[in-house]
Design a protein around this ligand. Structure first.
Ligand code: C2E
Ligand code: MG
Ligand code: MG
Ligand code: MG
Length: 276
């Protein structure tokens, strides 16, 4: 054991770490450059009524258009952006892109509700509600047309008062959703005190449907809980017809997943709105 420890503290390990640090540094500067050049794009994944497939909203999902790597998914750069202090800028970019898109849709008579993901870091900034208000105002978008998806932990930042930034967002009139619900430390009792209108059930639960009775029981419980608290529920990660049927049978009002539609380009999302 001691020999191993000595080995790990040696030159080889230092070299490995610094290589990784260098890789992160260059990725961070690439990300910064991407921001300056607007090298991001927003895709829109439909949120539907599982019984009919009817379109109810979109979730905006950011991608990085990198010259070398093509389209890079958010899991590959959002955590880095959070560490590097770039998430506020990227989040602001997404907010403006979504509001501009909504303006186009409203002008074309294609009203639509859009969900936008918000990082916990953004919810620690007292100026964030002002940023949201400004983006909405600049494009003339009704706050009611926007849902911000936040995490459980960010929503309940402060055990006493909740998160004041979340309360300010609620007062602004935007809707709030808890994303990936059930994946973190859920405090069902505290949910009452948070002004959210929507729970999005984490994909991991639906993966067990219909075979795993425990996963199915969790989904049923979350759907009933949110109905009792006058909230709505979105089941995330629907990939099969059997899962869709399960959701219909258990009165889950909304669903999202590859079974219905993948995230779409803005052009494809617009075409879908026209069909409606
Ligand atoms: P999320 O908010 O939970 O978004 C849902 C993710 O699940 C998306 O991945 C979506 O493409 C994927 N998905 C949807 N249906 C299915 C399905 O049926 N099967 C499977 N396997 N996956 C499905 P994506 O676009 O890669 O985004 C990953 C995460 O990145 C998001 O998870 C969200 O946490 C984060 N993210 C995306 N856009 C933004 C953003 O603008 N700001 C911030 N802060 N985070 C973002
Ligand atoms: Mg989300
Ligand atoms: Mg989610
Ligand atoms: Mg997620």
């Amino acid at each position: 054991y001691e020999v191993k420890q000595a080995g790990r503290g040696g030159i080889a390990s230092y070299g490995g770490d610094s290589r990784r640090t260098l890789a992160r540094l260059s990725l961070t500067s690439k990300l910064r450059r991407a921001l300056q050049r607007d090298d991001f794009v927003v895709h829109y994944q439909p949120i539907v009524a599982p019984a009919t497939g009817e379109l109810r909203a979109f979730e905006a999902l950011v991608r990085w258009q990198d010259a070398e790597r093509g389209l890079v998914g958010p899991d590959e750069f959002i955590p880095l952006a959070e560490d590097a202090g770039l998430i506020e800028a990227i989040g602001g970019w997404v907010l403006h892109a979504v509001c501009a898109q909504q303006r186009n849709w409203v002008d074309a008579g294609l009203a639509s509700h859009v969900h936008v993901n918000v990082s916990p870091r953004q919810l620690r900034r007292p100026d964030f509600p002002g940023t949201v208000r400004a983006a909405l105002a600049q494009h003339g978008i009704d706050p009611q047309a926007l849902t911000l998806e936040i995490t459980e932990s960010a929503a309940m930042l402060d055990a006493e008062r909740g998160n004041p930034v979340v309360l300010a967002l609620h007062e602004l009139g935007v809707r709030l959703a808890i994303d990936d619900f059930g994946a973190g430390h859920s405090s069902l009792a505290r949910l009452r005190d948070v002004p959210v209108q929507t729970l999005k059930i984490d994909q991991s639960f639906l993966r067990g449907v219909p075979d795993d009775p425990q996963a199915a029981a969790m989904i049923t419980a979350i759907v009933e809980l949110s109905a009792a608290l006058r909230m709505t529920t979105v089941a995330e990660g629907v990939t099969s017809e059997a899962q869709r049927r399960f959701l219909v049978e258990h009165d889950c009002p909304l669903a999202q997943g590859f079974h219905f539609a993948r995230p779409l380009t803005a052009t494809a999302a617009t075409a879908l709105l026209r069909e409606r």
